[in-house]
Design a protein around this ligand. Sequence first.
Ligand SMILES: Cc1cc2nc3c(=O)[nH]c(=O)nc-3n(C[C@H](O)[C@H](O)[C@H](O)COP(=O)(O)OP(=O)(O)OC[C@H]3O[C@@H](n4cnc5c(N)ncnc54)[C@H](O)[C@@H]3O)c2cc1C
Length: 537
Amino acid sequence: MAPADERSARPGADADVVIVGAGILGIYQLYAASRAGYSVRLLEQGGGVGGTWYWNRYPGCRFDSESYTYGYLFSEELWQEWDWSEEFAGQPETERYLNYVVDRFGLRRHIRLGSRVTSAAWDENSATWRTRTADGFEARSQYLVSATGVLSVPQFPEVPGREDFAGESYHTGRWPSGAVSFRGKRVAVVGTGSSGVQVAPAIAGEAESLTVYQRTPTWATPLNNHPISEEERAWLKASFRSIRAELEASVTGFLHKPATRDTFDDTAEERRAFYEEIWSSPGFSKLTANYKDLTTSPAANAEWCAFLEEKIRGLVTDPATADRLIPADHLYGGLRPPFVTGWYEMFSRPNVSLVSLKETPMVKVTETGIETSDGTREFDMIIWATGFDFGTGAMRRMGITGAGGLPLAAHWADGPQTYLGLMARGFPNLFFPGGPHGASGNNPRYGALQVDFTQNLIDYAREHGFRRIEVPADEEEAWMAMIEKLRKYSSFQERGQYYGGNTPGKARRFLLNPGGRPKLDQFMARAIDRGYQGFLR
Ligand SMILES: Cc1cc2nc3c(=O)[nH]c(=O)nc-3n(C[C@H](O)[C@H](O)[C@H](O)COP(=O)(O)OP(=O)(O)OC[C@H]3O[C@@H](n4cnc5c(N)ncnc54)[C@H](O)[C@@H]3O)c2cc1C
């Protein structure tokens, strides 16, 4: 039994709402529920708040979303008080921001850190969730919100000997909080996804040698970060309402202006000029502000890729290294495109080399280094930038059992079945903002919408005396049919590794929301317009 907080929960429960995860969405759900007068407990396994921005403290970790479009939009005062220093802020700043929000809105007293949830069971008789943590904490609540993140369980490649390595070994997603020195060390970075391409250039200048192990090359393009000038800051402060309105109307949750033209509407010369403009534009606008047929027409996409190839060859001095860095098996957007600062340029340094695991596969990790089919290299440190058990990793490990004792992990064994990427039939009074099938762009913009929907639904149930909320079968089926139909229209399906996850032994399913914000809005509006018909008992 655990006291929730100073508010008392409904009879038969310790808290009205238990939230798992203190990332950007768990914190927002905590704010929304406590502000609406519910007793709330937030359980977080980490030693601090911030989620992604607590764990990923590796050198070079920063946003790919513009800082001010990523931060919260629920409070104009917060917007006015907080100054982002860069267009794409680094991890320490975002962690500071989320701590600031927690204190600013008096949320810390509801948060229990060091609390890893190991089971959460639905009890039909009392219509409550019983949640337990590894350290013996237990709470019964009417609602359970799993804000556990889709990129929160680090993943390692299946290679023998990883535990045998006697040097320093880190995963980017579990980076230690103390200082890590690279000076005079022979360092290996394994993985060239979004984290690998950030960490490698950040340490290349300090390490004695840096060897980058690449399994799959990706279409990395410049982040084009810059400090926020006084002029831009003044514009941001003055434009809160218009920026929020624009973000809320955006399909992808960014301020980027979508292009109105198709690739071959332009002449070769016009295309080149446009591509140069896009190359110099910030972050994700390579995807969101590019020609509008980029992800639907393979010929259009190939044209952009040819431009990128030329750019890469211009930046990488060694032609053999350039060959290895240029993707041959997927078009732009087929894998999640990373955004970089100094990545290609780094390979011109004499202390940096690239090993293609396609050419020379990794055989094993030894006590002193990494063995590939080409021989062994010795290291003082290995950095595993090998990603996460994407999409369902955290929820499948949380021991969730729904109605009739149905385990979520078994229910989702062939991939998740969801409604709005937020609810699952068979799991009453459970919500998972930021979950699989929710996002396809700037994550907090979708996640906030899911939190708002959850809060409004809970409020409605409270006002009308309902105790049990479950998505009706036809609504879940309609959402899943939308995912299936729209994913086929994009180039994402070609490889689908990132978008479907690449965890060994796990069924690969498309895990994003290809309908973007408009589909979320449409489905949510339908449920609300019908007075949540079929959801409430
Ligand atoms: C390096 C990196 C950079 C990123 N950059 C961007 C970006 O620029 N733009 C963007 O839109 N997205 C980005 N993302 C995606 C990012 O994950 C989301 O934007 C966002 O942070 C997700 O927030 P969340 O609250 O849903 O989950 P998270 O931030 O992942 O938080 C989930 C929390 O749940 C906790 N948890 C999980 N399981 C349990 C359990 N069983 N018990 C207790 N606690 C548990 C975890 O410890 C974690 O703290 C990035 C991801 C990474 C890894």
